[in-house]
Design a protein around this ligand. Structure first.
Ligand code: AMP
Length: 289
């Protein structure tokens, strides 16, 4: 596995590899890898085929963290990450530091103007601008044929699909299902920072989503479903509920009245200082699942 630290090195490697019939597939991450990330590497290999190349990036992107967020305390363990990627048969990892990525004179940003303002964008102003800009830079540096993103970050996936379409980036975007711990908690690099009592409490997110999924086919309205989910979360004293939203699963538009189309339930809650998100697409009638 090639380990690269500079734009020049990864560009040169990709230029060598870019041949007809050998797709380049990128998996962007912030490192401290878990089984969720590794499932993305496997999908990338499937898409790339034996001839193609899988490239992972590891970069804790400072511009997507707001003041007072967890940029400094975000967990990092590069040596372990490299071992895991090597074991997955990843061809190259791009692990730059911020100075190797951002020119101090930079003045250009990429923003999905509407999607960036709503949902997590409200809780974390500037977050999606940071995400869209770094992903654009990674696409321009690596020029992948396809890139894999987890449905765990549902709105992020929507932002990336939208900007790829709007700016004609010509990169195929592939979504990957959420990987969970045995008790339902969605895997996240942040889970290791949970205090033991918070780790025990955090599966309430998945439980609330299970309940909502079971209730969705009953003709329930979006607002009643939202109240149920919120009540389940609020019954857990260690959870500080940040947001509960039910949106159209395709467009992320607001919805009201009885569910008529697939809807996504989006949750954000803090446990101590640790900010967690989760989501589930639910269907109004069982035959649509
Ligand atoms: P991160 O390192 O948190 O930026 O995540 C890198 C990629 O892995 C993103 O596309 C995430 O959506 C995805 N990812 C993170 N956690 C999971 C999970 N539990 N299941 C599936 N994909 C995930």
């Amino acid at each position: 596995m090639h380990i690269t630290r500079t734009k020049t090195d990864i560009r040169e490697l990709c230029a060598e590899w870019r041949q007809p019939g050998t797709p380049l597939v990128l998996v962007p991450t912030m490192g401290f890898l878990h089984e969720g990330h590794l499932s993305l590497m496997r999908l990338a290999r499937q898409r790339a085929g034996v001839q193609g190349r899988v490239i992972a990036s590891i970069f804790v992107n400072p511009t997507q963290f707001g003041p007072g967020e967890d940029f400094d305390s975000y967990p990092r363990d590069e040596a372990r990450d490299f071992d895991l990627l090597r074991a997955e048969g990843v061809d190259a990892v791009f692990a730059p530091d911020a100075a190797a990525i951002y020119d101090p004179q930079a003045q250009t940003i990429v923003e999905t103007t509407e999607l960036a303002k709503t949902l997590i964008g409200k809780l974390r102003p500037g977050h999606f601008r940071g995400v869209a800009t770094i992903v654009t830079k990674l696409f321009n540096i690596i020029r992948p044929d396809a890139a894999i993103f987890g449905e765990k970050d549902y709105q992020q996936l929507a932002v990336i699909r939208t900007m790829t379409r709007d700016l004609d980036m010509g990169v195929e975007i592939i979504g990957a299902p959420i990987q969970r711990e045995a008790d339902g908690l969605a895997m996240s690099s942040r889970n290791v920072r949970l205090a033991p009592a918070d780790r025990a409490a955090a599966p309430v997110l998945a439980r609330a989503l299970d309940q909502a999924e079971a209730m969705a086919p009953s003709g329930i309205t979006a607002s009643r479903l939202r109240s149920h989910v919120r009540a389940t979360l609020e019954a857990e004293p260690r959870a500080r509920v940040q947001s509960v939203d039910i949106r159209d699963a395709g467009t992320l538009d607001t919805i009201s009245g009885p569910l008529t189309r697939p809807a996504v339930i989006l949750l954000a809650a803090s446990f101590g200082k640790v900010f967690l998100i989760d989501n589930r697409v639910v269907h109004p009638s069982p035959e649509e699942t």
